[in-house]
Design a protein around this ligand. Structure first.
Ligand code: CP
Ligand code: NVA
Length: 303
């Protein structure tokens, strides 16, 4: 048995990703009409969490339940992984029992090892390196609000973190222009920037970066695992706050996105996140619909 995995946006082709976004929109319409098909009847998803989550856990668990399947929440504290059982052993055991494995962890190598040892699809639900599931929801939200994202100017403001890395992959896969604006010492991975240099540019000044943007996206300044750097980062990142002034430099109909959880008064002001250009609630909801489409794709591609 061979399975496709979703460790990054690069694991699917451009066509597969476009189809998946359209399917997510369809599945959302069906869910709204209470007509969600039993796509995952008798299927079980194992969800391994080594970090906290609200949206990811609830969206995956709800997706499985609404489509007739079920999900098992496995936190680090409750499994033998937390007591040192090798990742490869856990992957082999889980994949003999469940139909798909979702993993949220620190090192990206951990999800790679899961995928190497698993017979069933493995989904990256966030690592320190990237967060591809979030980008499916972000692109779906843009498409719903404005149509195709191809050729649009998307601006990433803040930390060159896991979300920023997934925006870089998305710029290539969905063919948009990505402007990245971070403090100089907090740029995204150089290798990734070089790989997709055709689709991205770096402008350290956030006011220059957001000029004429179609979409501005940001994230917390200290990610999970960086809590000790929080105070230092507050100082370094303070000119990277998405506030009314910064947003006013973008196109008048520019959208604002944030993967959440947000720290109001830090990377974004209350006025912006609660304002008319913010689509963060739709974006969060779309985690549910886009992950249904992802699960369906992965279940259909086991050979
Ligand atoms: N955006 C996101 O992944 O949220 P959670 O950390 O709550 O899952
Ligand atoms: N960059 C954030 C994203 C949370 C969804 C983190 O890794 O904590």
């Amino acid at each position: 048995m061979a399975a496709r995995h979703f460790l990054s946006l690069l694991d699917l082709s451009k066509t597969e990703l476009d189809t998946l976004v359209q399917r997510a929109i369809e599945l959302k319409e069906l869910q709204i009409k209470n007509q969600c098909p039993p796509l995952f009847k008798n299927k079980v998803l194992a969800m391994v969490f080594e970090k906290s989550s609200t949206r990811t856990r609830v969206s995956f668990e709800t997706a499985m339940a609404q489509c007739g399947g079920s999900a098992i929440f496995l936190s680090q504290n409750d499994t033998q992984l937390g007591r040192g059982e090798p990742v490869g052993d856990m992957a082999r055991v889980l994949s003999r029992m469940v139909d798909c494995i979702m993993v949220r962890t620190y090192a990206h190598d951990t999800v790679k090892i899961f995928s190497e040892y698993s017979k069933v699809p493995v989904i990256n639900a966030l690592t320190d390196f990237c967060h591809p599931c979030q980008l499916l929801a972000d692109v779906q939200t843009y498409v719903e609000k404005r149509g195709s994202i191809q050729g649009k100017k998307v601006v990433w403001i803040g930390d060159g973190n896991n979300m920023c890395h997934s925006y870089i992959n998305a710029a290539y896969q969905f063919d948009f222009k990505l402007i990245i604006s971070t403090p100089v010492d907090y740029k995204p991975q150089t290798e990734l920037m070089q790989k997709f240099a055709d689709h991205i540019s770096f402008i350290t000044d956030p006011e220059q970066a957001v000029m004429d943007a179609d979409l501005i996206s940001t994230d917390v300044w200290a990610s999970m695992g960086q809590e000790e750097e929080q105070q230092e980062r507050m100082q370094i990142f303070k000119s990277y706050q998405v506030n009314t002034k910064l947003l006013s430099l973008a196109k008048p109909d520019a959208l604002f996105m944030h993967c959440l959880p947000a720290h109001r008064g830090e990377e974004v002001t209350t006025e912006v996140i609660e304002g008319p250009q913010s689509v963060v609630w739709q974006q969060a909801e779309n985690r549910l619909h886009s992950q249904k489409a992802l699960l369906e794709f992965l279940f259909n591609n086991i050979t």
